[in-house]
Design a binder for this molecule. Structure first.
Ligand code: NAD
Ligand code: MG
Length: 403
């Protein structure tokens, strides 16, 4: 029998991290949990360490790491606790690790995921922000390091499943493919009237109709920035021009995306909206394993609807498309400004309808440059965060800038 695959889960306490552990626990003969990481959720990590017995547990927050080590003392003598952001990169490149699940939310996931690429790991990519902010560099590192990049994001995973046999992301434009049809649920405000949108609360934004996810991606889904980030993600993964990526609103979230071929074929991947399907697909690829997902009942689904997106009510989608065309660090700036604006909205410091304005004004105020080095990317990420934070705190000025 083959030795089990050693897995490191970056962002283990989050929504994707927990779904990954759920799949792994169903196949203990195939996978071994080598490392788990989290930001500062000690209770969450403690429960995971008790259950999965990793060799390494990383807490980015030093105080949280100390507490975890204290609580685990004597109970899990085989688990070593590490502290700090550098420890994320350390576990992502460990020899015992074959597979890295990149499930940290936001830009914080970039450096460890790049490290996994350099170390030639099999990367299960959920952290789309890493690809959006540093796409060219990221794809270069994947190729240079001999890493295998497998998309966990449900749409990109669906596209991967619809691609020509033996095709893997990063292998250039797929033969015979004319278009990517990227589906979107439309989020919780798909049918909300424009006049009502300024009053929407974080609770309403996080109540997604079909997917259960972390708070940041839930808000991104509500503004449709998530789909914008996913357009950019698709362009990088599949070497497609933005014009060939069509966004289609599909409220049932059953068709997870489609690949259109030159002979007129359209290949779709369907399933219940449950992240364990794409996670299991990537974990076992090219084989298939059981994921604990309810089989799809087509009679219960009944019908499948498709409609075009409304760029007037959801301007974030347009901003992302424009940033892709601007090139260089524009997508880095877009991503960073979005992270600041979303956090401000979650903290009730910004209205839902002000999110896109902060991003647009940040993009207008900063000059983008070639995204040719990690230093440049991190510098532009930091500048965009500073600019967006200023716009949020001086909202009156900001409103003048973008109204
Ligand atoms: P989440 O908020 O539920 O979990 C985030 C994880 O990242 C947690 O483990 C947290 O401890 C860790 N983290 C947060 N900030 C950190 C930091 N500064 N340093 C280190 N670790 C940090 O998020 P999620 O919904 O699981 O999403 C994770 C990623 O997967 C995101 O990039 C998201 O866009 C993507 N994704 C999620 C889903 C989904 O269904 N949830 C679907 C597709 C893609
Ligand atoms: Mg998605």
């Amino acid at each position: 029998m083959r030795a089990p695959q050693g897995v490191a889960i970056l962002g283990a306490t989050g929504s994707v991290g927990l779904s990954t552990l759920d799949v792994i626990a169903r196949h203990s003969e195939r996978f071994r949990v080598v490392a788990l990481t989290a930001n500062r959720d000690v209770e969450g990590m403690l429960a995971l360490c008790r259950r999965h017995r990793p060799d390494w547990a990383v807490m980015v927050d030093a105080e949280a790491a100390q507490r975890l080590a204290r609580e685990l003392h004597g109970e899990a003598p085989d688990t070593q606790v590490l502290a700090g952001a550098e420890a994320l990169s350390q576990v992502a490149s460990m020899e015992q690790v074959d597979t890295v699940m990149a499930a940290i939310v936001g830009a914080a996931g970039l450096l460890p995921t790049l490290e996994a690429a350099r170390s030639g790991k099999r990367i299960l990519l959920a952290n789309k922000e890493a690809l959006v902010m540093a796409g060219a560099l990221f794809m270069q590192e994947v190729a240079a390091g001999g890493a295998t990049l497998l998309p966990v994001d449900s749409e990109h995973n669906a596209l991967f499943q619809g691609m020509p046999a033996a095709y893997v992301p990063g292998a250039g434009r797929p033969e015979g493919v004319t278009r990517i049809l990227l589906t979107a649920s439309g989020g919780p405000f798909r049918t909300t009237a424009a006049e009502q949108m300024s009053k929407l609360s974080p609770e309403q934004a996080c109540a997604h109709p079909t997917w259960d996810m972390g708070r940041k991606i839930s808000v991104d889904s509500a503004t449709m920035m998530n789909k914008g980030l996913e357009v950019i993600e698709a362009c990088w993964l599949y070497t497609m021009p933005e014009e060939d990526v069509q966004v289609i609103i599909h409220p049932q979230s059953v068709v997870h995306s489609m690949v259109q071929y030159q002979d007129g074929s359209v290949l779709a991947q369907l399933g219940n909206p449950d992240m364990r399907t794409p996670i299991a697909h990537c974990l076992a690829w090219p084989q298939r394993i059981e994921a604990g997902v309810e089989p799809l009942d087509m009679f219960a689904v009944g019908r499948l609807d498709f409609e075009p997106p409304d760029l007037r009510r959801f301007p974030c989608l347009r901003l992302a498309q424009e940033a892709w065309h601007a090139g260089g660090t524009a997508a880095t700036i877009l991503n960073a400004a979005n992270e600041i604006a979303v956090q401000a909205f979650l903290d009730r410091r910004l209205a839902f309808t002000e999110i896109h304005g902060v991003i647009e004004a940040t993009l207008a105020q900063l000059v983008s440059a070639e995204a040719d080095s990690i230093e440049r990317i991190l510098e532009h990420d930091a500048r965009a965060r500073a600019c967006a934070s200023e716009l949020v705190s001086g909202r009156r000025t900001a409103q003048r800038v973008y109204s």
